[in-house]
Design a binder for this molecule. Structure first.
Ligand SMILES: C[S@@+](CC[C@H](N)C(=O)[O-])C[C@H]1O[C@@H](n2cnc3c(N)ncnc32)[C@H](O)[C@@H]1O
Length: 176
C-alpha cells in the first residue's frame, strides 16, 4: 500500500507547509526538474502550497504559476518570493490565463496534480511547444499509460530511472 501523501514541513524562514507528495521521493523530483533547466513552471493543483514552496525555494528565479479552485495558501503567502503567481481558477474549463502561459516561448514545465490528471493531459499537452516538459503526479494510482499514450507515446520519458528508483509517483516527458 502507498504511504500517506500528506506531509507537513517547516521552512527555515518560518511558516508551516502541507503538501501531498511522497516525503522522501520529492527531493528526487526536484532534482529531475533541475535537469530541465526551465524558466517557467506551471503547477495544476496548489492545495496548501507545500510543493509550490519546494519549487519556489529550489528555483527562486523561475516564474512559477500555480492553479487551484480554492485559495488554501492565505496563511503562508508571505513566505513565497515575488516570482510565484497564485491563480484561483478552474483548469478543467476553458482557462485563458493558462492557455496564454502555455503559448509562451520560454522552456517550461506543466505539472499536472489536480484531481483529474487524465483530463489535464488531454486538454493541455498539445499546447506545449517542442522542448517543453509535461509532468504528472500519482502515476500508477490515478493516471496510467493507457491514459496518456494517445498524447505522449512519441515523447521522451525524462528522468524515469531516478524517479522509479526513488519510488516517487511523478513522471515527466519532453516534447519532441
Ligand atoms: C492533490 S491536490 C494538489 C497537491 C499539491 N500539488 C501538493 O503537492 O501539495 C489537488 C488540488 O487540485 C485542486 N483542483 C481540483 N479540481 C480542480 C480544477 N478543476 N481546477 C483547479 N484546481 C483543481 C484541488 O482543490 C486540490 O487542492
Amino acid at each position: 500500500m502507498r504511504q500517506s501523501l500528506t506531509h507537513r514541513f517547516e521552512q527555515k524562514g518560518g511558516g508551516a507547509f502541507i503538501m501531498k507528495h511522497e516525503s522522501e521521493g520529492v527531493k528526487v523530483v526536484i532534482d529531475v526538474i533541475a535537469e530541465m533547466q526551465i524558466d517557467l513552471i506551471i503547477e495544476l493543483g496548489t492545495f496548501r502550497g507545500g510543493f509550490t514552496k519546494l519549487l519556489n525555494d529550489a528555483f527562486p528565479i523561475a516564474e512559477l504559476h500555480t492553479y487551484d479552485l480554492y485559495n488554501e495558501t492565505k496563511q503562508v503567502r508571505e513566505f513565497f518570493n515575488g516570482n510565484v503567481v497564485f491563480h484561483n481558477e478552474d483548469v478543467l474549463i476553458k482557462c485563458p490565463s493558462l492557455m496564454q502561459l502555455l503559448n509562451r516561448q520560454e522552456k517550461k514545465l506543466l505539472y499536472c496534480d489536480n484531481g483529474r490528471k487524465r483530463q489535464e493531459v488531454a486538454m493541455y499537452s498539445w499546447q506545449l511547444n517542442p522542448g517543453d516538459f509535461l509532468g504528472v503526479h500519482d502515476w500508477g494510482y490515478e493516471i496510467f499509460l493507457k491514459d496518456v499514450n494517445d498524447y505522449v507515446s512519441e515523447w521522451e520519458q525524462f528522468g524515469w530511472g531516478k524517479l522509479v528508483k526513488a519510488k516517487t509517483t511523478s513522471r515527466f516527458w519532453r516534447k519532441p
